[in-house]
Design a protein around this ligand. Sequence first.
Ligand code: SF4
Length: 232
Amino acid sequence: MARSYVAEARRRGLGARRRRIGPIVERLAQEHADAEIALAFGSDVELLISVMLSAQTTDVNVNRVTERLFVKYRRPEDYLAVPPEELEQDIFQTGFYRQKAKSIRGAMRVLLEEFDGEVPRTIPELLRLPGVARKTANVVAAELGDAQGIVVDTHVRRLAQRLSLTREEDPVKIERDLVKLVPRADWHRFPHLLIWHGRRVCDARRPRCEACVLEDICPSSRVPRPGTRGTP
Ligand code: SF4
């Protein structure tokens, strides 16, 4: 289970977080100029399916499966034209394949019945699709060009806590804190920046603080300060 850094954030105080958000975004944007969604898709429907399949597995694994899947299933109707068991087999390697197949078929049915087969743009509409929760809706809306919130995954949660941008544990409450701090223009790229920084530098178990561009403004830095005994 991921370690909580909330107690640490509380100890260090949150008063300066508004002043730090600008440098945090700027430095991470320079450091991870290539930060973007790692899922491969060629249409809005493929984006939706990819994000739905990505629950509890890696983006690499999803891309491996969808490379074949998207050749066979080109339109929402195609997911409903095969027996459920066939779709289950086709997405088997992403895990939780029964539930995912059921959600995908349900979502495709609602797309066809209520949205003319097009992926809707707003969070409330996206949440009407079976199997689509807030995180999936946020990712899809942002990738379609209109971020309406900030995606909170395990990396975003950990980094937001370490950087003292939130005191919360619950993803919905963390998102509520982040949207108050991060300028709307950055809502799309901000989670990508934290995700890539989390993967490359701020590892869950062994953050490489000595190599981190945020080291001097991060309350959780483990680099010893002059006059201290070192790691917290
Ligand atoms: S200084 Fe350390 S804890 Fe803070 S963001 Fe960088 S790697 Fe993470």
